[in-house]
Design a binder for this molecule. Structure first.
Ligand code: AMP
Ligand code: MG
Length: 424
């Protein structure tokens, strides 16, 4: 299960930039190899294992886009109304009984096949009907209101490429061409554990100096949201041996082991040394705020070919969220074999002033609103602490300040990433 190539690529510099993290993940992490065929209703969130081509064109036949009258454009007067005899009727789901003769129209409904000879459809609202004839106005383009066979999908074209993560939209496309199952990669398995003597499970008694565990619940939801399988390995105290054992055991059964807390340089922070004793650390400090301490590594398995990727996230929930979005999500995407689509920050206007250190990327929690002039503005949350969980729940997303930026003034344009874009 060790999906990381084994050559040494440990980074020795002080703080690894996000772009370098992404490059390492792209170059060194391999997707899980196992694939399976799944029925459409089990395909949501899965990742295509290979390209699938369209067995039929879409639409499969020329048809009408509206309720109205099918005509031959060549019959129409360019400057005056044209009166046409109604020669027949065709409804959706029924083949046209006859071809359209010159000088005639056929009553047609949305989705019904175009009669042979017809190339244009007038909407019923736009015509005058009198008895068995219809008068149509001048000026409609030839081919209007007709859907051509294959204008959506051509038979034989790639419908869904390898690496595509299947949303409802993609599954609908597969169904529309008549597919019943899709080749996908195995779902990746991610183990989650929290560390810290002060962390207790919600629903259990809370000693006065303890906190209920928020991070496992945050991570489990983010992991399943990405279509992976999440295993809950509970809370491990700040004990080097217990940590080592818990991580090593998790690595036997999972593709990725995630911990939170205990990863900085305090005396009770044992995650890094645990990883070094049972595997290899790839990097442990990333140039990102919040979230600087992020340990990434590989844990050896007991048998050859086993083992798992490892990421030790910081303890503060906001830092967990940010580092999940910027480090774990691309890592999971690589392991799952998913396409890596770039995150595109949308330009919004800052209403706040902000100073930052050069050389690291910073994420500011903001709420959006529309300014008096209609421009979308980002309002910084009042509390900046990385432990303030309501700063995640009461905001819309993150403003991303790049490495070179040192200062933002009110009115400046900044890049905004919605929570949906970051972890969806
Ligand atoms: P650490 O990196 O272990 O020093 O943790 C940093 C901060 O995050 C401390 O205040 C911890 O109490 C808090 N923290 C760590 N783990 C969790 C957790 N699972 N849920 C909520 N807060 C946590
Ligand atoms: Mg701790």
């Amino acid at each position: 299960m060790a999906q990381l190539t084994d050559d040494c690529f440990a980074f020795s510099g002080p703080l690894l930039p996000i772009d370098e993290v992404e490059r390492i993940l792209r170059e060194r992490v391999m997707p899980v190899a196992e694939t399976e065929m799944v029925p459409l209703n089990a395909a949501y969130g899965r990742v295509m294992a290979s390209d699938v081509t369209a067995p039929i064109s879409l639409p499969p036949f020329d048809n009408s886009a509206v309720d109205g009258y099918a005509v031959r454009a060549a019959d129409l007067d360019r400057t005056a109304e044209t009166r046409l005899a109604i020669a027949g009727r065709v409804t959706a789901g029924h083949a046209a009984a006859q071809a359209l003769a010159s000088g005639a129209a056929i009553r047609i409904f949305t989705g019904a096949p175009m009669p042979a000879g017809a190339d244009t459809v007038f909407m019923q609202e736009d015509v005058r009907r009198d008895g068995e004839a219809v008068s149509v106005p001048p000026g409609l383009d030839a081919g209007a209101n007709r859907r051509l066979a294959g204008e959506d999908v051509r038979a034989g074209a790639i419908l869904l490429p390898a690496g595509r993560r299947l949303s409802a939209r993609h599954v609908a496309l597969a169904a529309a061409v008549g597919l019943t199952q899709l080749p996908v990669r195995r779902r990746i398995r991610v183990a989650v554990l929290s560390t810290g003597d002060e962390i207790v499970e919600p629903g259990t008694p809370r000693p006065s100096a303890a906190l209920f565990d928020a991070n496992r619940y945050l991570l489990a939801g983010l992991i399943t949201g990405l279509g992976a399988q999440s295993s809950d390995l509970g809370i491990v105290p700040d004990d080097p041996q217990l940590l080592r054992r818990a991580i090593a055991a998790a690595a036997e059964e999972h593709d990725l082991v995630l911990t939170s807390g205990g990863v900085s340089t305090g005396e009770a922070d044992h995650v890094r040394s645990a990883v070094e004793s049972i595997g290899r650390l790839v990097f442990w400090r990333v140039a990102v705020k919040p979230g600087r301490p992020v340990a990434m590594g590989v844990i050896r398995g007991s048998r050859s070919g086993t083992g798992a990727a490892f990421v030790g996230l910081p303890g503060n929930p906001v830092a967990v969220f940010v580092t999940f979005a910027r480090v774990v999500r691309p890592l999971m995407g690589r392991l799952a074999g998913a396409e890596m689509t770039p995150l595109i920050a949308l330009a919004v206007r800052a209403t706040f002033a902000h100073r930052k250190k050069k050389g690291r990327r910073e994420y500011v929690r903001v709420t959006l609103r529309r300014g008096g002039d209609g421009v979308i503005e980002a309002v910084k949350h009042a509390q900046e602490g990385a432990g303030v969980i309501t700063s995640l729940t009461e905001t819309d997303g993150l403003v991303e300040l790049l490495e070179d930026t040192t200062e933002i003034a009110p009115g400046e344009s900044v890049g905004f990433l919605s929570y949906a874009a970051l972890v969806g």
